[in-house]
Ligand binder design. Structure first.
Ligand code: ZN
Ligand code: MN
Length: 136
């Protein structure tokens, strides 16, 4: 793709760094933390700083390219899947996996009726012990 001649060099660099951060998230299905993304991005871009990764994550989130997931006071996790879906999180190892159930829309309507809220979104979090941790 042709690059605009007037694009400043610093912006090129920023774009490359954001791209590297996005690639890390898209290559993984494990919902990495900012620190895990930083460690992985450094393998491809050794000069990248944690601050740049953090700023890139904010940019990518605002652009709707990744989702940030917050659970209580734990570190935010980043998700390549931006369509609505739910998560199961392991209490032992922190593994975070996706799930989606056909009953969720119905559940949201029932919750809206019960609370008298006008529903905007729903996000289910199943907390428990993952198959790997159960096996040990
Ligand atoms: Zn586990
Ligand atoms: Mn997810």
């Amino acid at each position: 793709m042709a690059r605009a001649v007037e694009t400043p060099r610093s912006e090129d660099k920023l774009t490359r760094q954001r791209e590297a951060v996005l690639q890390v998230i898209r290559a993984r299905e494990d919902h990495p933390t900012a620190n895990e993304i930083f460690q992985a991005a450094r393998l491809n871009l050794p000069t990248i700083s944690y601050a740049t990764v953090y700023n890139s994550l904010r940019f990518l989130k605002e652009a709707g390219l990744v989702h940030e997931i917050k659970f209580g006071d734990g570190a935010s996790r980043y998700d390549r899947e931006t369509d609505r879906h739910d998560h199961a999180i392991c209490n032992e190892c922190g593994k975070l996996v996706d799930f989606d159930l056909p009953q969720t829309a119905e559940l949201m309507q029932a919750a809206a009726r019960k609370s008298k809220f006008k529903a905007a979104s729903v996000h289910l979090t199943l907390k428990g012990v993952c198959p790997d941790c159960r096996a040990t």
